[in-house]
Design a protein around this ligand. Structure first.
Ligand SMILES: [Zn+2]
Length: 328
């Protein structure tokens, strides 16, 4: 098992990163830092389980959870931004709305909407895990989808050649913003949305025969983790970071420094531990978010140029424009 750990030569960078945080951000009460993740996680799972036991309307439960999570997390971001320059602004949300609308055209705009589609599709469909108890079917569904998603995501960043180039230029839209906050999460290219939510999620769930109950719990966990992992608040999950991709881990995936932008898993962080791409530095922040060389890309506000990027870019690979030493 190999994990990425800070080297001695990074000490100076780490101390300057911490200093940067104190200057530019806000420190929330300890209860917000340490209790937001466990309380919201328990609330999400609890409401989904109650709907299953009471044979409720799964679609409305997913919608309720999505709205509740967004309202709580966006409110916390406005009160306690970990970095003020990463805050959502009217200009940035106008940009994000374009991507949200574009994503909607492909059925992959946000995980909540995906979950609704998947529940409808899987109702009545039978496969290997259809009749398994939920304590087995949900972990198996998460493992299969996360494994596939981990590799498509890692290949999107690291694969060379024409396929790697195409995958990166389709995924780059999610990395062009130099902020990370809850509502920038859907900012992505529709092609990337199709790959993530269609090919490596919807299809496997369908062929596994995931029941609507399994899809409900699966979508509850994946949606919640996707939202909170982009939250611009000092939210910590402690040892749960070794199981789930928390805020502290995914923020580093958006780092403009290649030595930090690991953590390719979206929900289950132990896949990064197994495959040697785990990056966890409690109490520190990336110095800069976005891509290594922004001048090589259109600005994230240039929506149509970003949409054309997969078809006309000359980039061999997303990060290959960095110095070779930085690729290690
Ligand atoms: Zn990525």
């Amino acid at each position: 098992m190999k994990t990425v750990t800070p080297s001695d030569s990074d000490d100076h960078k780490q101390s300057s990163t911490k200093r940067h945080w104190k200057i530019g951000g806000s420190t929330p009460p300890r209860a917000v830092t340490w209790l937001t993740w466990p309380i919201l996680f328990t609330f999400n799972i609890g409401l989904a389980m109650r709907a299953i036991m009471q044979h409720g309307n799964y679609s409305s439960v997913l919608t309720t959870l999505l709205i509740t999570d967004v309202v709580v997390l966006v409110t916390l971001e406005s009160l306690f931004p970990v970095q003020r320059q990463w805050k959502m602004t009217w200009r940035s949300i106008r940009r994000d709305l374009k991507y949200i609308v574009a994503g909607g055209a492909t059925f992959a705009v946000i995980d909540g909407v995906f979950g609704l589609a998947s529940i409808r599709l899987n109702t009545g469909h039978v496969g290997p895990i259809t009749n398994w108890p939920l304590y087995l079917s949900v972990p198996v569904a998460l493992l299969v989808v996360e494994f596939l998603n981990y590799w498509q995501h890692r290949w999107s960043h690291e694969l060379s050649g024409s396929l790697g180039s195409f995958l990166w230029r389709s995924h780059a839209a999610h990395h062009l913003p130099e902020q990370v906050y809850v509502l920038m999460h859907p900012a992505s290219h529709p092609i990337n949305g199709f790959v993530v939510r269609g090919l490596v999620t919807l299809l496997p769930l369908y062929y596994l025969g995931a029941s609507p109950e399994t899809v409900l719990l699966f979508s509850t966990i994946v949606t919640f983790q996707a939202l909170i992992s982009h939250c611009n608040v000092d939210i910590r999950a402690g040892w749960f970071n070794y199981v789930f991709v928390g805020t502290e881990l995914h923020r580093f995936h958006h780092s403009a420094s290649l030595s930090e932008s690991k953590n390719y898993a979206v929900t289950l962080s132990f896949l990064d531990i197994i495959f040697g791409t785990f990056y966890y530095r409690p109490g520190s922040l990336p110095e800069r978010l976005g891509v290594v060389d922004p001048s090589a890309y259109p600005n994230s506000n240039e929506f149509w140029q970003v949409m054309r990027l997969p078809f006309e870019g000359e980039l061999e690979q997303g990060f290959s424009i960095a110095p070779v030493a930085d690729l290690r």
